[in-house]
Design a protein around this ligand. Structure first.
Ligand SMILES: NC(=O)c1ccc[n+]([C@@H]2O[C@H](COP(=O)([O-])OP(=O)(O)OC[C@H]3O[C@@H](n4cnc5c(N)ncnc54)[C@H](OP(=O)(O)O)[C@@H]3O)[C@@H](O)[C@H]2O)c1
Length: 217
């Protein structure tokens, strides 16, 4: 039976790679982005009511949800700790935390009902190793991780799991073509990320639940 996978933030190269991967695997993919470009559904994931409507719509159309891949990102930094802008924090809170809260709260009942569900976020090394130039970003990612671990606790005992994939940065072919001299060794290719996301189904939910999986190791 093909799975029903929701990709939240599907418009970026990483989102497209994840959509491509699950489509190739024969799954039903519900791609969501802010703009709705390239066939995605246009939903503002910062709007809790809109996300609840999305969950109801997916349940009505597909009967269930087996995977939610949260890929809404964004980055803000500063030259020094003292120059950190709290406007940046507000932006990152909306993008990295509020969208995650809305999506996880709306889809948790469907994931708990799934026979083999997965919820995943993509976090950054910075969450556990903040520097003075990325205080807002690192704190937002740390909050997103803690939130996801709370979801994992809620899913304990069900057939589903929530997990965190950790990277330093992403790279795709367009970046390599634009900057051929750059060393992307520390970066994770979006296709490898997509493989790692799909690979979360290779282990039992209990083994995956609450794990922080470092893709750079
Ligand atoms: N890129 C990196 O180097 C890096 C490093 C560490 C961690 N990560 C994490 O990896 C994941 C993917 O990163 P990325 O850089 O590929 O993502 P990204 O470019 O930041 O993703 C943007 C996607 O999210 C959508 N989006 C933004 N706000 C939204 C909203 N309010 N409602 C609905 N959709 C919204 C955008 O929609 P539109 O397409 O309509 O604009 C787009 O599809 C993120 O969790 C990010 O934090 C990335």
């Amino acid at each position: 039976m093909s799975r029903v996978i929701v990709v939240a933030g599907a418009g970026s190269p990483s989102g497209q790679a994840v959509v491509r991967r699950f489509t190739e695997l024969g799954d039903t993919v519900v791609a969501v982005s802010r703009s709705g470009r390239d066939g995605a559904l246009a939903v503002d994931l910062q709007d809790a009511a809109a996300v609840r409507d999305l969950a109801k719509r997916v349940e009505a159309e597909h009967g269930r949800v087996d995977g939610v891949v949260h890929l809404v990102g964004g980055w803000r930094g500063s030259k020094s700790f003292a120059e950190t802008s709290l406007d940046d924090w507000d932006q990152l809170h909306g993008l990295l935390i509020r969208t995650l809260q809305n999506v996880s709260l709306a889809f948790e009942p469907l994931l708990r009902a799934s026979e083999n569900g997965r919820f995943v976020i993509v976090s950054a090394k910075a969450a556990q190793k903040p520097t003075q130039t990325n205080a807002a970003y690192a704190a937002a990612k740390a909050a997103a991780e803690a939130w996801t671990l709370s979801l994992a606790d809620a899913l304990k005992g069900s057939a589903s799991a929530a997990a965190i994939l950790v990277i330093t940065a992403l790279v795709h072919d367009g970046m390599r073509a634009a900057n051929p001299g750059k060393n992307y060794a520390a970066f994770t290719d979006v296709d490898d990320l997509a493989r790692a996301v799909a690979g979360l189904w290779d282990q039992d939910a209990a083994a995956v639940n609450g794990q922080r999986i470092d893709l750079t190791a």
